[in-house]
Design a binder for this molecule. Structure first.
Ligand code: DAH
Length: 342
């Protein structure tokens, strides 16, 4: 028995514990219920009475030494691994700053516009940014030599057949009308492109939101009511609205919509150019020629359309004076729109 204790002691001494796996292997081999130390304790029963005292002491010592080795190794492993942050998190470390991103002001305002219109039954519809002449111009009643078709206004990708970056979201009108499902009640937000000199008020890339409602017996009054509803929901109940007669090739009659200046409330300032009013969108009854171009019978259906610039609405909403800020991705600008709940 003494020999067995000695050889097990040697075995324990020689066992190398380097990591959690070898630690566990050690525990199972020596300290577990079926381990080698316990096995000797089981055999201890058969030791003769006169040897029990001496052997018992040796056995107890072996048990203590083997358990100490286990505990010390375990602690050493925890120390080395926690230094590199794998096993045990160090809760005393300072927190890692969690910087939240912000939603771009244009996206915030667009979300609000979508919410307002979806609340009165408008669906979302999409149109391509790369468009052909028919959907961007011809179907919308632009005469063949209209200046908007010229190279200086549009970015053409191909000439003959003409393919261009859409100059407005009105192409979405044509595409949805051509699909032939009635009635139509959609808004279509998206990017548009124009060959403009970039300044505080103009950019070659900006966003519009197009609206279209086609049904039987749609009247101009419904158009006005819809715009009134939108303006009040977007800018507040006290905002005044006025319609000015205007011209677009694809609507007849056409109007431009002004709202009372949000900054000076009608008194006059440099944003409203001292008129007390700012323009926010174009609109009108869809021209019968446009309906026909899209295979809709103008004797059966009528409708209205409107189109607004998202940057313009956002600039008014947040009183931003330079359009270029939207596209520069300067975090000092973008951070100001954190936690906005518009
Ligand atoms: N497409 C026009 C533009 O880019 C905006 C517009 C005006 C859209 C009147 C419409 C509308 O749907 O009815 O300036």
């Amino acid at each position: 028995m003494k020999n067995q204790i000695e050889s097990l002691q040697k075995e324990i001494d020689d066992f190398r514990i380097n990591d959690n796996q070898t630690l566990e292997k050690y525990r199972i081999e020596f300290l577990s219920k079926n381990g080698k130390v316990q096995k000797l304790f089981d055999d201890f029963k058969s030791v003769s009475i006169d040897q029990k005292r001496e052997i018992g002491q040796k056995l107890n010592l072996l048990k203590t030494v083997s358990e100490n080795k286990y505990n010390e190794s375990k602690e050493a492993i925890i120390k080395t691994t926690s230094n590199i942050g794998i096993e045990v998190p160090d809760f005393s470390l300072p927190e890692i700053p969690n910087e939240d991103g912000t939603i771009h002001p244009l996206s915030q305002v667009l979300e609000k516009i979508i919410k307002i219109f979806s609340g009165i039954g408008y669906d979302l519809s999409d149109g391509p940014e790369i468009e052909d002449d028919w959907h961007n111009f011809t179907a919308l009643n632009f005469p063949p030599n209209h200046p908007a078709r010229e190279m200086q206004d549009s970015f053409f990708i191909n000439k003959n057949p003409d393919i261009l970056l859409r100059t407005h979201t009105s192409n979405a009108q044509v595409r949805i009308m051509e699909s032939g499902k009635m009635p139509i009640r959609i808004i279509s937000p998206g990017r548009v492109y124009r060959n403009e000199v970039i300044s505080a008020r103009a950019h070659c890339l900006f966003h519009q939101v197009e609206g279209l409602y086609i049904n039987k017996n749609v009247s101009f009054k419904e158009l006005k009511d819809t715009i009134y509803y939108f303006v009040k929901a977007m800018f507040g109940d006290n905002t005044k609205v006025r319609f000015r007669p205007s011209f677009f090739p694809f609507t007849e009659p056409s109007a431009e919509v002004d709202i009372s200046c949000l900054i000076c409330h009608g008194k006059g300032c440099n944003v409203c150019k001292y008129s007390g009013w700012v323009e926010i969108m174009g609109c009108g009854m869809v021209d019968t020629q446009v309906l026909e171009n899209c295979n809709i019978n103008p004797n059966e259906f009528s409708g209205f359309a409107f189109g607004m610039g998202l940057e313009r609405i956002t600039m008014l909403h947040y009183q931003i004076k330079d359009l270029r800020l939207f596209f520069e991705n300067d975090v000092r600008f973008l951070r100001q729109f954190q936690n906005q709940n518009i």
